[in-house]
Design a protein around this ligand. Structure first.
Ligand code: NAD
Length: 267
């Protein structure tokens, strides 16, 4: 049976591109009304909205930088004004600013932590306030609200040259678990998704040439790159009542990237 999110309101951050876009599309297919958050690219957000509407769904776009408290608060105020409540938050917005550790600037460290980690804090806090205020409404869902935190295999796999990114994802893991523990008595579920290599603009250099893709596939036992729809379908299921007993854990969706593929030939 397909997961149903009928009548529920969802916010997906960074939904104008890549995984966020795939998640928004799958939530809409499951019946949710989806708010498409974007930072700068209005046209791309508009395209996502149009695609969802063409597919029979409902969506609208809101511009907000998730690392800015005032913009996040204004975004939630706009959502509550339009729909009166919210049921699902997908904390997806994220970026990389890569460099060798000794060359990493404080600015690049702060940018990645502020968007990838603090952005999840700011959005989750606003969502949790509304979930607690409204409580469980059985016709909507068995939970008062669902928060999905987009992490990465790099919440457990160290990543030289990407220290700010890996630290942000490791931080998301403990952030997700701690708020899951605190919010469970309010019937709020908090879950992480740890994607492996998913074909999006963030990692284009890793799949855009056959040579790069071949090298990438040596890290993926299942021998294919993931697609945004893979993650989108998982997010829709995790947000649904079919996953009602899951909270405080990360589900890795990575074609086996976390299986130490270097040991496949006896190490
Ligand atoms: P992407 O570059 O296609 O999308 C990133 C999204 O984040 C964009 O929509 C962008 O507008 C948004 N964003 C960036 N800064 C923002 C800000 N300040 N405020 C609001 N939105 C902002 O990349 P993606 O691969 O789709 O990445 C999405 C998430 O998935 C990220 O958190 C990333 O770390 C995670 N992830 C991706 C992969 C992968 O292989 N693609 C693997 C593991 C985790």
């Amino acid at each position: 049976m397909n997961p149903s999110l009928k009548g529920q309101i969802a916010l997906v951050t960074g939904a104008d591109s890549g995984i966020g876009r795939g998640v928004a599309q799958e939530l809409a297919k499951a019946g949710a009304k989806v708010v498409i958050n974007y930072a700068h690219n209005h046209d791309a957000a508009d395209d996502t909205v149009k695609d969802i509407i063409a597919d029979g769904g409902e969506a609208f776009a809101i511009q907000a930088d998730v690392s800015h408290e005032d913009e996040v608060k204004a975004m939630f105020a706009q959502i509550l004004d339009k729909y009166e409540t919210i049921d699902i938050l997908v904390n997806n917005a994220g970026l990389q600013k890569d460099s060798k550790f000794v060359d990493m600037t404080l600015e690049d460290w702060n940018t990645v932590i502020n968007i990838n980690l603090t952005g999840q804090f700011l959005c989750s806090r606003e969502a949790a306030k509304e979930f607690i205020r409204r409580g469980v409404v059985e016709e909507r869902s068995r939970a008062a609200g669902k928060i999905i935190c987009m992490s990465s295999v790099h919440e457990v796999i160290p990543w030289a040259g990407h220290v700010n990114y890996a630290a942000s994802k490791g931080g998301i893991s403990m952030f997700m678990k701690s708020i899951a523990q605190e919010l469970a008595p309010h019937k709020i579920r908090v879950v992480g998704i740890g994607p492996g290599a998913i074909q999006t603009p963030i990692n284009k250099s890793a799949w855009e040439t056959p040579e790069a893709l071949d090298k990438l596939l040596t890290l993926i036992p299942y021998n294919r790159i993931g697609k945004p729809a893979d993650i989108g379908q998982l997010a829709a299921w995790l947000a649904s009542d079919q996953a009602d007993y899951i909270t405080g854990t990360t589900i890795f969706m990575d074609g086996g990237m976390t299986l130490y593929p270097g040991f496949a030939d006896n190490g």
